[in-house]
Ligand binder design. Structure first.
Ligand code: ADP
Ligand code: MG
Length: 244
């Protein structure tokens, strides 16, 4: 138990449905851990437990070695970036304001905000001219890049990505991946990446957690899982990218 995120026998239910069951998991610091599994297997729920959007019904979630604060999550959240596919950006805010949304709360000066926006847009290959556009005036891939910029704004220690690149065409995806890898090389963070794209997981992650029906089927390095898959479906998933 010396991860940056520790789940200890965590169970999460919604009404009659048990979404995560008795989950024990340690996320290694300074690595990219992929969470894969079919739709409804509890991947997004797992991420939301890490940033305190939801709380477990049983068990403990420790982040930075401690239980999440019971209130006043603002300070905690500054240390945990979060980007979600599709829904993340505010439609009525321009790109620059979307990126810097959290900065105002953190009381950054205007000039620090400006240079951070410029720096992040450069990292993610977004033209400066896009600063004044609204999200609907961007391509899907550009919107996802803006989402990453915002999540990384405060240089979080943990970055949570919930299928951030789904719906982006493969070539574009490859470029975004390279940009993200470069950004993380410059600004290291512990990343938890939910994805159903096994090629993406292979490119970006060092560790993998395979979920099915709210339980961990297997976890470990991709190489180890490939060498000794827990069952035929895991083997198939790693070989072909087909869902569990
Ligand atoms: P995934 O991200 O792997 O697709 P989720 O974590 O979003 O899965 O959801 C897992 C299960 O929990 C699904 O069956 C989903 O319907 C249910 N669920 C998720 N959030 C809620 C909620 N707020 N209320 C009720 N059920 C939910
Ligand atoms: Mg999900």
């Amino acid at each position: 138990m010396n991860g940056i995120v520790d789940f200890q026998r965590v169970t999460k239910r919604y009404a009659q449905t048990t979404v995560l069951e008795d989950l024990t998991l340690t996320i290694a610091p300074q690595a990219v851990t992929g969470i894969v599994g079919e739709s409804g297997s509890g991947k997004s729920t797992l991420l939301q437990l890490v940033n305190g959007l939801i709380r477990p019904d049983d068990g403990k979630v420790l982040v930075f070695g401690e239980p999440l604060p019971s209130q006043e999550l603002a300070g905690f959240r500054r240390r945990v970036g979060y980007a979600v596919q599709g829904t993340g950006l505010f439609p009525h805010l321009r790109v620059a304001d979307n990126i810097a949304l959290v900065a105002k709360l953190a009381k950054w000066t205007d000039s620090d905000i400006e240079s951070r926006i410029t720096e992040l847009m450069r990292f993610m290959n977004l033209e400066p001219a896009l600063r004044t556009r609204y999200p609907h005036e961007l391509s899907g891939g550009q919107q996802q890049r803006v989402g990453i910029c915002r999540a990384m704004f405060l240089r979080p220690e943990i970055l949570l990505l919930d299928e951030p690149f789904s719906g982006v065409d493969p070539l574009m995806k490859r470029d975004i991946h390279e940009r993200l890898i470069a950004l993380l090389a410059a600004e290291p963070a512990t990343v938890v990446l939910v994805t159903h794209d096994i090629a993406e997981a292979k490119r970006l992650t060092q560790e993998l957690v395979i979920l099915n029906g709210g339980r961990i089927v297997q976890s470990g390095s991709i190489a180890d899982i490939e060498r000794q898959p827990a069952n035929d479906r895991v083997a198939l998933l790693l070989e072909t990218g087909n869902a569990l």
